[in-house]
Design a protein around this ligand. Sequence first.
Ligand code: TXA
Ligand code: MG
Length: 313
Amino acid sequence: MSAEIRKAAEILRAGGLVAFPTETVYGLGADAASQKAVARLYAVKRRPSEHPVIVHFSSPDQAFAWGREVPPVAKKLADKFWPGPLTLILKRSERAKDFVTGGQDTVGLRVPSHPVAQRLLKEFGGAIAAPSANRFGLVSPTTAAHVREDLGKDVDLVLEGGPSDVGIESTILDLSGAAPVLLRPGHISREDLQKILGIEVSEKAIASPRHSGGLERHYAPRTPARLVPAFGLDKAITELKAKVAVLAFSRPDERVDHWLRMPREPHAYAQRLYAALRELDTAGCERILVEAPPDSPEWAAVTDRLRRACGPA
Ligand code: TXA
Ligand code: MG
């Protein structure tokens, strides 16, 4: 692994792209200080250039050097949750250029905990810009194999790190304004953040054009998918005259060929979610039906991703 990590750091220094595991999903990394490298990253991602990208660091001190004003609450959250699946949006310092922030006055900072990500960041020494390692708008990768399927030869190296532990993208908290705003729910919940901050964290309406995770249809399989309440699943299967694949808590229905049964615990569900959507997406069905999770705070992050995977109802 050491030789592999050294090679990865060299590729980054030369302006190349390295996909690497994080505890949330796999990232597609480029030198965050190099305009050319980041331009290639956007091209491979097929991502519009006004969408900002998260910048990754090995330590909170390094991360905060990219912020202009680092409020005490940011340090408090970093102490508690970094390294880990939390991204903080701060006003940017001069280190964060327009080409990583999409021209905004803020920057997204993250210190991942995955040991391979940490080793890569330390070996490289600088900041790594990394969106999820999939094409724009599609389901994020949670294994190295997913990355290879999605990006093939467009990525110079894929570091292996096993299946991602969390399975969905980091929680994003915007600390650049007067009050903290949750931009993307994740494994670290709104309630977890409020407990540490001692104040209310509001949520931003989902369809903000400024961050791509906020688009209405995102993290989406190619097969049209629909979220249905548990009580409506049987009826939906009966009514659909198409060949369907189902993601559900309940036991398989014999009329359905591709039925994936999901755990009733939100973290276990999140861990398996993207691999499950990929599997159903390639099952050769015309429709995917997803049984909606319970309407409670611990399911917020999973429900958010499912809503985006299914698009506007
Ligand atoms: O878990 C994660 O965060 C993964 C891993 C690889 O670290 N990364 C990830 O990146 O999900 P990406 O680019 O797929 O999603 C980043 C989200 C996007 O919605 C982006 O627009 C938003 O973060 N974002 C980044 N910087 C921002 C900023 N300054 N203001 C608002 N949103 C920002
Ligand atoms: Mg993404």
